[in-house]
Design a binder for this molecule. Structure first.
Ligand code: PEP
Ligand code: MN
Length: 355
């Protein structure tokens, strides 16, 4: 994909900011937020016109009439506009209303039929489109949505990380998995990467720390749901901040430089590189032993996976971490990966004779 720049993002000093309410609820509500944000560093004014709700019976957006209110926002406050589209009809109406940037929501990105419908409706219209991650942590699905849009002629694409849903009892409404957007950026260099701390957090108190984390991971900007009276908001009331809270958050954010080729890291990096080499040397030796054990298992008819051995390894790992300034869960993840590679190697050996 050969992506072009999104004009509204060009002149902005980082982080670029998308702000506005979760939903357009009334003309007064929308204009109140817009006037409060006017003249500040807002790249795009957001509002949901058609709301994809998990359960029926919740506020589902006011639809087309809200596009007229959005036009007033632009006229009175000079703010470029972005709305979520999920169907061909949404696209048609948003384009007709002169919306500047579209975004495709997490639920829509999860469904290739829906994304294709949006892409078909955009055939030949090179409007910028921001693509949220799908609700499930599937990078290919996320990239696939961008490819569908790109194939329809959309060359100004951006990505939004809004976290991933999970069944478990959770601290975040949608758990962030930062490695996924970072891998997306590795695969699509130059794509603007926005973080949506509001939908990750689910509660306004966490918006600042998530925004800081995104900046520290070199995200280009943040999308923050902003409402003049969040407690009375018709959707996502717990996670919206007031314009004043938003300005306070922006004031407090520490902006660090992304440049990393300065000489100050050289000494540390060469020490790290040498440790990495030692780790790989040791891994290679460990895999040699694993393969030898594989031969023993094959010759004696033992199963490759030995649960007690696996549990012992994890317990030793946890014990070793104590007093070592190592995070047990992080180290366990590494050992799970090493163990699973050992098992893969041994499965090959055990099955060699069967092919
Ligand atoms: C939104 O931004 O209002 C929204 C519905 O987000 P998501 O698609 O991330 O749930
Ligand atoms: Mn919302």
């Amino acid at each position: 994909m050969k992506l072009k720049n999104i004009p509204f993002f060009e002149k902005t000093t980082r982080p670029l900011l998308i702000a506005g309410p979760c939903s357009a609820e009334s003309e007064e509500q929308l204009l109140a937020v817009a006037h409060a944000l006017k003249g500040k560093e807002v790249s795009l004014f957001r509002a949901g016109i058609w709301k994809p709700r998990t359960r029926p019976g919740c506020f589902e957006g006011v639809g087309r009439p809200a596009l007229e209110w959005m036009k007033r926002v632009k006229e009175e406050c000079g703010l470029p506009l972005t709305v979520e589209v999920a169907t061909a009809q949404h696209v048609e109406q948003a384009l007709e209303a002169g919306i500047d940037v579209l975004w495709v929501g997490a639920r829509t990105v999860t469904n290739p039929f829906a994304v294709q419908e949006v892409a078909d409706a955009l055939q030949g219209v090179d409007i910028p489109v921001l693509v949220k991650n799908p609700v499930n942590p599937d990078l290919e699905l996320w990239i696939g949505a961008m490819e569908r849009l790109y194939n329809a002629g959309v060359t100004r694409l951006g990505a939004i990380h809004r976290g991933f849903s999970s069944y478990a009892e959770k601290y975040f409404r949608n758990t962030p998995q930062w490695q996924i957007p970072l891998e997306l950026r590795r695969r699509l260099p130059g794509i603007p990467m926005i973080c949506d701390p509001s939908h990750i957090a689910g509660k306004r108190e966490l918006v600042i720390s998530l925004s800081q984390q995104a900046l520290d991971l070199s995200f280009d900007g943040i999308m923050v749901e902003t409402h003049c009276n969040p407690v009375c908001a018709l959707s996502d009331s717990r996670q919206q901040v007031t314009p004043d809270e938003l300005f306070m958050i922006l004031d407090k954010l520490v902006r660090r430089s992304a440049v990393s080729d300065s000489g100050c890291f050289a000494n540390y990096r060469s020490r790290m590189d040498s440790i990495d080499e030692q780790i790989m040397e040791l891994l290679s030796k460990r895999m040699d032993i694993s393969r030898e054990i594989g031969v023993v298992k094959r010759e004696n008819g033992y199963t490759v996976f030995q649960p007690s051995r696996y549990n012992d390894t994890m317990e030793r790992c946890a014990a070793y971490c104590k007093g070592k300034n190592l995070d047990v869960e992080a180290v366990k993840t590494i050992f799970e990966a090493i163990h699973s590679e050992s098992i893969r190697q041994q499965l090959r050996i055990v099955n060699e004779g069967n092919e």
